[in-house]
Design a protein around this ligand. Structure first.
Ligand code: PHE
Length: 337
């Protein structure tokens, strides 16, 4: 009898079922009312007293073994049924295809980090602005051409509401809400009604910086920008300043860096000058400070602004600005550093 039980145990161990029917038949043959296991339980009363212990233990082992095997096969068959055919469920998962950050985003984060080391905080403001914060508070004369319909996207039917043309508007909002010392940069999207080409787009990104305190000088501006150029483009980078005009700064300058493509030797990208323009800057015009309630007798400040796409083009050697807006994965996947 013990031998028979052991035989059944090994049968249960090696039993396999291809279909639910086969499995059910096995279950009935073993555990059904007239099943082999049930029969053995019925015979328990006839077993000699000294064998009862061993017999009972073996019999329980058999019953558990059969029950476990049935449950195991049942789960397997059910999983198989719900799976699409042709799939190997025993394979390990394939892993996720991770995306990468957009090049403009990377450049922006790097710039934020560099200026954070100099104590600049990040400020943000609305993309839909009013004329006051985008122009008037920045000392734009009422008839200034930048307000012209050609350059600015106005909201239809609301001549006072527009898409900001630069993030200098955020600087105005910061000055309205804070007292000097102010040291902040404002990264963000800006909009200009321009024809789309390899060098221009109607949407792009800027980072503008503002520093207002007592005795801030043009030398501070120059040193800050030189530090930025060396941190971002490498220790060999040099800058030069050319006089320029912006309504909100006086004096104003445009800043060039040594061409990162030819290291200043002269190439097609820098039109053989060895220099590339990267930003506009200047000392904050007293009218701008006063418009935001800052005493221009006590405080001075500098401001600068640069286009992210242009910086990203230089960093990654990209020759067409439109790539940044097309979201073509073949382009984006190449920029992984
Ligand atoms: N706002 C200017 C632009 O969009 C850039 C700039 C910012 C110039 C701050 C000077 C000072 O072109």
């Amino acid at each position: 009898m013990i031998e028979k039980i052991e035989n059944l145990i090994s049968q249960a161990e090696s039993f396999n079922a291809q279909t639910a029917d086969e499995l059910e038949q096995f279950r009935v043959r073993m555990l059904g009312k007239k099943g082999e296991v049930t029969e053995l339980f019925n015979q328990f009363k006839n077993v000699a007293a000294e064998q009862k212990k061993e017999f009972g233990q073996k019999l329980n082992q058999l019953k558990n073994q059969v029950q476990d095997r049935v449950n195991e096969l049942k789960a397997k068959l059910e999983a198989h049924e719900s799976a699409p055919t042709g799939m190997d469920l025993s394979l390990p998962p394939g892993g996720f295809a991770l995306g990468t950050r957009h090049p403009v985003n990377k450049v922006m984060n790097e710039i934020i980090e560099i200026f954070a080391r100099l104590g600049f905080t990040v400020s943000e403001g609305p993309e839909v602005e009013d004329d006051y914060h985008n122009f008037s508070a920045l000392n734009f004369a009422p008839e200034h051409p930048a307000r012209d319909m050609q350059d600015t996207f106005f909201v239809a039917g609301r001549p006072d509401t527009l898409l900001r043309t630069h993030t200098s508007s955020v600087q105005v909002r910061t000055m309205e809400g804070q007292k000097p010392p102010i040291r902040t940069i404002s990264p963000g999207r800006v909009f200009r009604n321009e024809a789309i080409s390899a060098r221009a787009h109607c949407i792009f990104h800027q980072v503008e910086g503002l520093y207002v305190d007592k005795r801030v000088s043009f030398a501070d501006l120059k040193q800050t920008l030189l530090y930025f150029a060396k941190e971002f483009f490498g220790p060999g980078a040099a800058i030069r300043m050319r006089p320029s005009y912006f309504p909100f700064t006086e004096p104003s300058a445009e800043v060039d860096i040594t061409c990162s493509i030819c290291s200043g030797k002269g190439c097609n990208v820098c039109k053989h000058t060895g220099w590339l323009e990267i930003l506009g800057c200047g000392m904050v015009h007293p009218n701008v400070l006063e418009a935001s309630g800052i005493d221009s007798q006590t405080y001075t400040g500098f401001a600068f602004g640069m286009g992210m796409e242009r910086i990203a083009m230089l960093r990654y050697g990209i020759n067409d600005l439109r790539h940044f807006f097309e979201n073509d994965l073949r382009f984006l996947k190449q920029i992984t550093d």
